[in-house]
Ligand binder design. Structure first.
Ligand code: KG4
Ligand code: ZN
Length: 359
């Protein structure tokens, strides 16, 4: 089966082509048109600006994806498209494009939940792979951490899961983005903080909200406020005693180190909570595997710490490859296929954007 997948839930316009047969999946192409530069100016995504950019990119990205896959549009057997959750104006672009294609080509379509796609994204490998046997992987605990979501799921099987917890306020990626802005770093903040953190040490003990709570919920908005107060109450540098050029250079270096220590401490606080809560969930539900997906899964420290903690507990660890951590259409195609092989297609009249779709 040839599946064309489309993703436009936030600020990436993406298309992918997958060839599937039983448990075998071949990823023929996966293209992403990023709007990062566009949204860097506003330090975040402005929905209408994002939607306009999706409208410009959607046909070129689908065309490129088909071309790279060496597949003609008329050869596609099914469509998979993200219908939610996400920004409504962005979702409408992908949903309506896919709907029109399905109608014109007379092929079935699958409405995909974006978070469900992040859950299964660790199974994506390039260029071909085999879906593992159920009993080797499940039950699993999935941590989905992105700019809009921080959620933990118990994954009992393919397409069978239960939400165990979620953030009560900001998402982990949002916390990276907001603290980066406080530190004068560019958007998106996650990669900028993790880069700066490499030259610092986590010497500041920022709060770990809800770490001790007897549930799997998160709260990150207090951490952003703690950074704000820390910046307000702590001066980066001792008073200047003399002003030689070497003295000024020393002050610049000290200032840079001070900032790097804050970045390292913010990252350590976020990672600490994510790792400990995920491991607690694996113990409670006797999970065999930890699955890590979503944009923040690209964070090196989170990957290392979660892998080490999982190994210590003799649990498999599967993280989405960095290119499939941030938004992409390959993961939408994979979930589309999981539904298609059960013949669970979505009737065209029911195909509509669902900005607040909770799973
Ligand atoms: O999944 P994603 O591409 O889009 C959403 O669905 O939100 O995630 C984007 C988020 C942003 O908040 C970005 O700062 C964060 O993922 N991110 C990272 C890293 N790379 C991207 N956070 C921490 N470390 C990274 N290396
Ligand atoms: Zn996402």
């Amino acid at each position: 089966m040839l599946i064309l997948a489309i993703e436009t839930s936030c600020d990436e316009t993406a298309a992918a082509v997958l060839q599937t047969a039983g448990a075998n999946i071949k990823l023929l192409s996966s293209e992403v048109a990023s709007q990062i530069k566009l949204h860097a100016k506003t330090f975040g995504v402005v929905p209408e600006v994002a939607a306009r950019a999706h409208i410009e990119s959607i046909i070129p990205i689908i065309t490129q994806s088909l071309k790279n896959a060496k597949v003609r549009l008329t050869e596609v057997d099914a469509l998979a498209v993200t219908v939610g959750p996400g920004l409504a104006p962005s979702l409408l672009v992908g949903t309506d494009t896919a709907k029109a294609l399905a109608f014109a080509l007379r092929i079935p379509i699958i409405a995909v939940n974006h978070i469900e796609a992040h859950i299964y994204s660790p199974f994506l490998k390039t260029p071909r792979y085999k879906l593992p046997t159920t009993h080797l992987v499940f039950p699993a605990v999935s941590l989905v951490v992105s700019g809009g979501h921080t959620e933990i799921f118990l994954v009992k099987d393919w397409l069978a899961y239960k939400k165990l917890g979620r953030t009560l306020d900001d998402a982990a990626g949002e916390c990276f983005d907001k603290t980066a802005r406080l530190l004068g770093l560019p958007y998106p903040g996650g990669p900028a903080i993790s880069k700066l953190a490499r030259s610092g040490k986590p010497v500041i003990d920022f709060p770990r909200p809800l770490l001790k709570a007897d549930n799997f919920n998160f709260s990150f908005s207090g951490l952003k406020t703690a950074v704000l107060y820390y910046l307000r109450d702590n001066s980066p540098l001792p008073p200047l005693t003399h002003s030689t050029s070497s003295g000024r250079k020393l002050r610049r270096n000290e200032g840079a180190l001070w900032k790097a220590n804050i970045a390292a401490s913010v990252q350590a606080a976020i990672v600490d909570v994510l790792v400990k809560k995920t491991l607690a969930a694996t113990k409670k539900y006797r999970a065999k595997t930890v699955l890590l997906g979503g944009g923040v899964a690209a964070n090196h420290m989170l990957r290392i710490e979660l892998e080490n903690a999982s190994r210590k507990s003799k649990i498999n660890f599967l993280a989405a490859a960095p290119e499939y951590s941030t938004d992409n259409a390959a993961m939408i195609g994979l979930v589309g296929y999981l539904y298609a092989r059960k013949r669970r297609f979505t009737p065209l009249p029911r195909m509509t954007a669902r900005a607040n779709w909770e799973i």
